[in-house]
Design a protein around this ligand. Structure first.
Ligand code: SAM
Length: 660
């Protein structure tokens, strides 16, 4: 099978069918239209990915799923006349032209309208008519329309379009805020009245025109002048420092106040300065504010090795060496080692176990190490339950070397049983809770956490097959759930630090992740703990980073590209200080908060770095001051110091498929 055909079929199966798009006419139309012809040449390899892509005029071609969803919901029949507002590349119009009789499409950018027209002519779409103009006014000469697709986010349904919709006609619009999440709404015209149905959150570029948003660029002050004033606002608040060791952290500690959860991020998984300063902040939180939990975006059994070392617990993690799976450098590095040694020394001076600070893993990519740990634990306390565990977890065994492939198998009836088996084991262990916890708190917590991990990770791999959004949420739910059970376990005085990527600790609802329906630990912590949760993000402009080119590849030290001018990184780069702490909500500096609320690009480098497709692969829209309480800036950074590997890398990529 040729590569494009294969990618198309995968798109149909995983992005459309698996998410409930069933109409065979829609699936056929999506199969027929060559998306690769509608995007810039440089992005062709991404043509069938589950994402919108940039096109000219800073606009986007819609995500295949959104086009498929709109086409199905609009229920376009063979004789229908369709109005498409916001031609963009023309992809959605092309799909709809396969379903209806005539498609009328309007685009406000002349270059895009002309390019789309040329494309339709070349590809032989003779039932699509293109108009350059303001689509919020519709195309009255060809009204009424049986279906109207509005492909840009608007405050409300434009009045002209309401009038041009036929009775019984369907209209789809992403409604709501200009830059953040919109709700996709289906409005059906019933004898002059509109019946609306909410179809979930989406993110679209704004609809600009008489019935949409005003054109900010045309009306606002010149970008040059505006940028300068934002820089001055930043400089008035920034707390500069030379290097991590010399940073004065007392003002930050004051701002953290009596928060019970401090989430500390990183803009990459391989930058030394982020790790160093994060470690120094954590030491202060432990010494001065009594934080007793340090939790990492790493697997529970791996970090159990570190916890045993720093607190001298009686938990015996599985025999397997910790941190030997890809990406080894993320935790197996000199910066983390320095902290772990410090924490051991700190704990040694504490006489009571309850005064010692523990270190724990929040992540769940260790399904099989966790199964082993549960069985070992049960062998000691309840051998007959150990036998049950061996049987129940048996259904996962064939996937030990490639858990990701479990997702596909789990779609078959045979494997439905697995889901029940792993939850059953979790209940069994929970049922032993009181007795076991009294006898042996730390070991019981370890076993229980491993059983939760297996149950959540089974669900994760099953869902991963169905689409990235739900599996991302399952992972962050698991991490937050683990954090909550740790805090409960340590009692009412517990205070926790979280070390994870910015994309997990910054409030997802302030970024385009929210528009995709994704949430994260930062958002959940803010929702539950409000001002008692404090989150810190990091950023850098250029330098070097430790990352891999592809899943499972060896670590390389790569150059971090300077950031584009639409980004927060570019803004911070213009500030006169190289390194600084930046409180984002300082009293008396509300103007800065407002300026940094405005959506810009933000960079996220995970364990994979692809400088060649940097904008598509590593940037997303965010509202910085809604995302974080504090931002820490290092203009130039260098790669982390990995420790020598103890064993050959094995197993699937640990953070697959997100890499963050
Ligand atoms: N469905 C398109 C595709 O598949 O390529 C993508 C549409 S893109 C998300 C939204 C488009 O709406 C942009 O090209 C933008 O220029 C256009 N747009 C925004 N406001 C408009 C208006 N008032 N009239 C016409 N087009 C508009």
């Amino acid at each position: 099978m040729n590569e494009v055909l294969f990618q198309k079929e995968e798109m149909i199966e995983k992005q459309l069918k698996a998410r409930g798009i069933k109409d065979p006419r829609v699936l056929e139309a999506m199969m027929e239209v060559p998306r690769e012809e509608f995007i810039p040449k440089a992005l062709v390899e991404h043509a069938y990915k589950d994402t919108p892509l940039p096109i000219d005029e800073e606009q986007t071609i819609s995500q295949p799923y959104v086009v498929g969803l709109a086409a199905e919901i609009l229920n376009i029949r063979e004789d229908d006349r369709v109005l498409d507002v916001g031609t963009g590349s023309g992809y959605a119009a092309a799909v709809m032209s396969k379903l209806g009789k005539e498609v009328y499409t309007i685009e406000r950018h002349k270059t895009l309208a002309e390019a789309a027209k040329k494309r339709f002519d070349q590809l032989g779409y003779d039932n699509i008519h293109v108009l350059h103009g303001d689509g919020t006014k519709g195309w009255p000469e060809h009204a009424p329309f049986d279906a109207i697709n509005i492909a840009a986010g608007a405050p409300r349904i434009p009045e002209f379009l309401k009038k041009q919709l036929a009775i019984g006609g369907r209209l789809i619009i992403p409604g709501g805020s200009e830059f953040r999440t919109q709700r996709l709404v289906l409005a059906t015209k019933m004898n002059g009245e509109f019946k609306e149905r909410d179809l979930g959150s989406v993110q679209f570029v704004p609809l600009i025109g008489a019935g949409g948003w005003r054109n900010r660029k045309e009306k606002s002050v010149s970008p040059k002048k505006e940028k300068k004033s934002v820089i001055e606002l930043i400089e008035a608040v920034a707390e500069p420092f030379n290097n991590p060791e010399s940073a004065d952290l007392s003002p930050l500690l004051e701002r953290i106040g009596d928060a019970r959860i401090v989430l500390i991020g990183e803009a990459t998984h391989g930058t030394s300065e982020f790790y160093q300063l994060r470690e120094l902040i954590t030491r202060e939180l432990i010494k001065k504010k009594g934080f007793n939990i340090v939790s990492l975006e790493a697997d529970w059994p791996d970090v159990a090795h570190l916890d045993r070392f720093v607190r001298d617990t009686n938990v015996s993690p599985p025999d397997e060496e910790p941190f030997i799976k890809f990406p080894t450098w993320m935790w197996n590095n000199g910066e983390v080692l320095r902290f772990v040694k410090w924490l051991k020394d700190y704990n040694e001076n504490k006489s009571e176990p309850s005064q010692k600070t523990g270190i724990y893993g929040l992540d769940f990519y260790s399904m099989f190490a966790s199964v082993k740990a549960i069985i070992d634990y049960l062998e000691d306390i309840n051998p007959s339950l150990a036998e049950t565990a061996r049987n129940r977890y048996g259904c996962l065994t064939p996937y030990e070397n490639n858990p990701a492939s479990y997702g596909a198998a789990a779609m078959s009836d045979e494997y439905k049983k697995c889901e029940k088996d792993v939850t059953h084991m979790l209940y069994k262990i929970l049922a032993n809770r009181v007795e076991a916890a009294e006898k042996n708190g730390a070991r019981y917590l370890d076993a229980l956490q491993n059983a939760r991990l297996v149950a959540n990770s089974e669900e994760y791999y099953r869902n991963m097959y169905l689409g990235a959004q739900s599996s991302w949420n399952l992972r962050d739910n698991h991490m937050f759930g683990t954090l909550m059970s740790l805090m409960n376990h340590r009692g009412p005085d517990s205070k926790a630090v979280v070390w994870a990527h910015n994309s997990h600790v910054g409030d997802a609802s302030a970024t385009e992740m929210g528009a995709r329906g994704e949430h994260n630990i930062g958002q959940l912590a803010k929702e539950d703990f409000e001002e008692k949760a404090f989150n810190i993000g990091f950023g850098t402009y250029h330098g070097t980073v430790a990352a891999a080119h592809n899943w499972g590849d060896k670590m390389s030290v790569m150059n971090v590209q300077p950031s584009p001018k639409e980004s927060f990184e570019h803004l911070m780069h213009q500030v006169k200080h190289d390194n600084f702490l930046l409180p984002l909500h300082k009293k008396g500096h509300e103007q800065l908060t407002e300026e940094l609320e405005k959506s810009r690009l933000e960079r996220a480098i995970g364990v994979i770095y692809r400088p060649k497709t940097e904008i598509q692969s590593h940037y997303f829209q965010a509202s910085l001051s809604n995302q974080f309480d504090e931002y820490i800036w290092f203009d130039e950074t260098r790669a982390i110091n990995p420790l020598p590997q103890r064993k050959k890398e094995e197993g699937v990529p640990a953070t697959y498929p997100f890499g963050l």
